[in-house]
Design a protein around this ligand. Structure first.
Ligand SMILES: [Zn+2]
Ligand SMILES: [Zn+2]
Length: 395
């Protein structure tokens, strides 16, 4: 494929926002700091705005609207629509439509609007600076969002909303506090630039730096440090394989304030139908990725027949577990259909129900446990493969 030699034209407004604003911040924020200084009131409000904007992008734009990982009460939608507009990352409709394309065509340089294959700079910011065909609006993947009143209202009034949130609110805070320029610089400008870059890290660094425990079929990475900066979105390898899960960091200790916010909203009655991927599916993805890695290691060297045989035996077991699990899912599905059709009498059904559900649950747990054990055994095989590499004399 030949690369285009002539670059598409620059988008002036975006150059001002993504190049002009950071430069202004770089010059004016230290200048005012040395001249007048900032106080804790301004820093705390800047931090509050940073999280309000950031979480509205990750919890609202991303997990709610782009991925439909849960359902939100209208009050929560309005909240995300307003504070998300304050992040100055375009309207929900444009953002979510681009993002769905990113998932569908990940790493495809022609169709993924911020494909990591086009480099770190392009995926971070470059994609927004020029009129690239891959960035053209196409809402055919967002018909559902076009039916959402909040989304369409925000889309229609986006410029007024983002100006109010980015300039109007910091101005009011500045008047209240008695230092308009300092407050606008910190709460308005610096907060905006910082939030831009930490959010952009998800498209750039989270596709270059970190581990790939769940799938190696795309460039997305898991990275705890990035998760800390990106309101929990740094577990991006998990997210790309299970995009409808409302969590990105699935362990309780993994830093994911977005998932905590959604869970809290669910407790308050503001969010419902939170999607969680079943544990078995998650374990299956991890084990599958281990097989891919082990096979690749084995293919790269000869003379590991014992390990190869062990691996193939494990693979047989793995296929069995997956088939059993699928069987159980089919049973569950058929029972649901039968219940709906009223095929079984209700009272007998209720007695059977409790018993059968418990049996089904214990079978599922057994399978999850078997898979966890297999994951450990595969870890040992992978370790032995690594040891072999180090033991081989350098050639
Ligand atoms: Zn991504
Ligand atoms: Zn996503």
């Amino acid at each position: 494929m030949t690369k285009q030699s002539v670059k598409p034209p620059l988008i002036t407004a975006n150059v001002v926002i993504f190049v002009g604003f950071p430069l202004l911040a770089l010059i004016l924020v230290p200048f005012w700091g040395l001249h007048r200084g900032y106080d804790s009131f301004q820093w705390l409000w800047a931090l509050a705005f940073l999280y309000l904007n950031g979480l509205s992008i990750t919890g609202g734009y991303h997990r709610l609207w782009a991925h439909k990982a849960y359902q939100a009460h209208p009050a929560l939608k309005w909240f995300f629509a307003l504070w998300g507009a304050g992040a100055l990352q375009n309207s929900i409709l444009i953002w979510a439509s681009d993002h769905r394309r990113h998932h569908r065509h990940v790493d495809d340089d022609d169709q993924d609007p911020y494909s990591a294959g086009r480099g770190l700079w392009f995926s971070h910011m470059g994609w927004m600076l020029r009129n690239y065909p891959s960035g053209d609006n196409d809402f055919s993947n967002a018909r559902d969002l076009q039916r959402d009143n909040v989304v369409m209202w925000q889309h229609k009034h986006y410029v007024a909303l983002t100006t109010t949130m980015n300039l109007g609110l910091p101005l009011l805070l500045g008047i209240w506090h008695g230092d308009i320029i300092g407050t606008v610089l910190i709460v308005g400008l610096l907060r905006l630039v910082v939030n831009h870059h930490v959010t952009f890290f998800i498209n750039s660094l989270a596709h270059f730096w970190g581990s790939r425990p769940y799938t190696e079929s795309n460039s997305a990475r898991d990275n705890g440090f990035l998760a800390f900066l990106t309101y929990g979105e740094g577990y991006h390898n998990y997210h790309h394989i299970f995009q409808t899960d409302y969590r990105n960091g699935i362990r309780w200790w993994q830093w994911d304030p977005t998932k905590w916010l959604i869970a809290l909203c669910a407790k308050l009655g503001l969010a419902s139908n939170l999607t969680r991927v079943p544990d078995f599916k998650i374990q299956r993805a991890i084990v599958d990725a281990q097989f891919t890695r082990a096979r690749r290691e084995l293919d790269e060297r000869a003379g590991s027949e014992t390990l190869r045989e062990m691996l193939e035996r494990e693979y047989q077991l793995f296929t069995d577990f997956v088939n059993q699990w699928r069987g159980l899912q089919t049973d569950r599905y058929e029972r649901k259909v039968a219940e709906l059709e009223g095929v079984l009498e209700i009272r007998r059904q209720q007695m059977l129900d409790g018993w059968e559900r418990a049996a089904l649950r214990s079978k599922l747990r057994e399978l999850e446990y078997s898979l966890k054990n297999q994951r450990k055994r595969l870890g040992v095989i992978l370790q032995q493969l690594q040891l072999q590499v180090h033991a081989e004399p350098a050639t």
